[in-house]
Structure formats: C-alpha cells, structure tokens
Ligand binder design. Structure first.
Ligand code: AKG
Ligand code: MN
Length: 249
C-alpha cells in the first residue's frame, strides 16, 4: 500500500457473518466497567478489559496455534485468513516471510488479541509507531463504523530508510477490513485514526444484529501475530471467502 514497506490493506477480508462472530467473541469476554468510566466531552478510545479462561482480567488474550486439533475460535480463523491472503498474494512482511509460497513453511504460531472502542464520530488515536520489536506482525481488524486511518512510512532506498521523502496514505477502513503491517521500529510505519464515520458507515446487518449498538462505535481488534516454520495440514487451509468487492492492496 505504501512504496517499499510492509503495509497491506485487505478490504472485505471478513464477511458480514464473520464480523458479527468476531464482535460476539469480543463482547463475550468484555468485562470493562463501562458504566463507571469518567465522562468527558471528547472521549478517548478505550481499551477493553477482557476475561481470560481462568477468570482473570486483562487487556490482551493469548492464543496458541500449535495444536491444529484445537476447537477453532473465530479469532484464530480470522488471523489464519489474513495470513493466508497475504501469503497467497505474495505480500511481503519482513522480507520473504510471506513470499515463500510453500504452504508447509510459514504460518502463524501464536498471537495476542486486544480490543479498543472508539466513539463515533469523535474517536481519534494520535499518530504513532508501535515500536513492537518482538518479531510479530500486527493485523488490525475493524468492526462497526468506518475509521479514517492515515499510514505513513519513510521510503526505502537500497534497503535503507532515508529521512525524506516519506509517503503517506489516507484510507477509510470499513467494517471487515484489515490493515496488516510490520510494527517494528525499523519499519517505522506511522499510523493514526483521525476520526470515525457516522452511523451510516456501519453495515446494516451489524446494526440489526446488535440492536443498534454498533452504530455508535468502531471496534479495533488488534492481533499481534508470531510466525514460525511448521507443517500445515492441507485440509486445514483457510480459504478467503468469496467477497465480491474484495481487493487486496
Ligand atoms: O484502532 C486501531 O485499529 C489501531 C490502534 C493502534 O494503533 C494501537 O493500539 O497501537
Ligand atoms: Mn498502533
């Protein structure tokens, strides 16, 4: 999406029913004390407190994908879907990580999931670089109202970042879209949410299914995904759904 950096916009990666399932999954674990949050005029986005299997609360859930026989939850399906789309389109993420078309070689082995809720239309997140240098990739799933995103990166010249020029792109991340990028300091991919679309940007199916709730919010589901070399049984390959409008940039 930006010249010479690992940043990919997967438009329509999740079908409406998958979006609904992912939202239900997050809501089922959400223990945030929404009623007692301080009220302010310009509310900042809130990171959800999620319930772990043992009942403990925290901002992230951990997923281990080493056992393919596990009951597969919707978050795992979504992460594998994105990894498969990237791989099958030959998208680079850390050099050759996804370029290797040998399905036996590279797959997600674990990930963490965090969720953040933005109010429509005032929710914003200032520009930042994640500086996440543990070798993971980040997949940002968007649910509910659209997000006005901006991403930027320094240009690479013969493999080295140069101070200028940098490139940037504004995009409207719709419900079901995913932004996948290298969150390391080295890649230095800046990103910001500059605003949230109105109720009309939330898919009608989600509005109906969740009784109007999602009309007021955008949920960002952030998955930090670690990859490893491993054998992937072909019967478990996750295929992209047949979204008519899907474009992978
Ligand atoms: O809202 C989002 O999807 C992105 C949030 C983000 O960039 C972060 O938490 O680091
Ligand atoms: Mn970030």
């Amino acid at each position: 999406m930006l010249p010479s950096v690992s940043c990919h916009w997967l438009h329509g990666a999740l079908s409406p029913s998958e979006q609904a399932a992912l939202f239900e999954f997050v809501k089922g674990r959400d223990q945030t004390d929404w009623a007692n949050l301080p009220v302010c005029m310009n509310p900042t986005p809130k990171t959800l407190q999620l319930a772990h299997g043992d009942g403990a609360l925290g901002p992230t859930l951990a997923f281990d994908l080493s056992d393919f026989d596990d009951e597969t939850d919707v978050a795992t399906v979504a992460v594998r879907r994105v990894a498969e789309i990237l791989r099958s389109h030959g998208c680079s993420m850390y050099g050759d990580r996804f370029r290797n078309n040998d399905a036996e070689q590279v797959a997600p082995v674990s990930f963490s999931l965090a969720a953040i809720r933005y109010n429509s239309p005032d929710g914003t997140f200032p520009r930042h670089v994640d500086h996440c240098n543990d070798g993971s990739a980040v997949f940002l799933f968007s649910l509910g109202c659209a997000a006005r995103f901006r991403v930027d990166a320094k240009m690479l010249l013969e493999g080295q970042h140069v101070a200028a020029p940098s490139s940037s792109r504004d995009l409207e991340l719709l419900s079901g879209d995913v932004l996948a990028f290298d969150p390391s300091s080295r890649a230095a991919i800046g990103h910001a949410v500059n605003g949230i679309g109105g109720a009309e940007t939330c898919p009608a199916e989600l509005v109906k299914r969740f009784d109007g709730e999602l009309r007021h919010y955008r949920y960002g589901i952030q998955c930090r995904v670690r990859f490893g070399r491993r054998e992937v049984p072909s019967s478990l390959g996750v295929k992209p759904h047949e979204a008519e409008s899907a474009t992978y940039l």
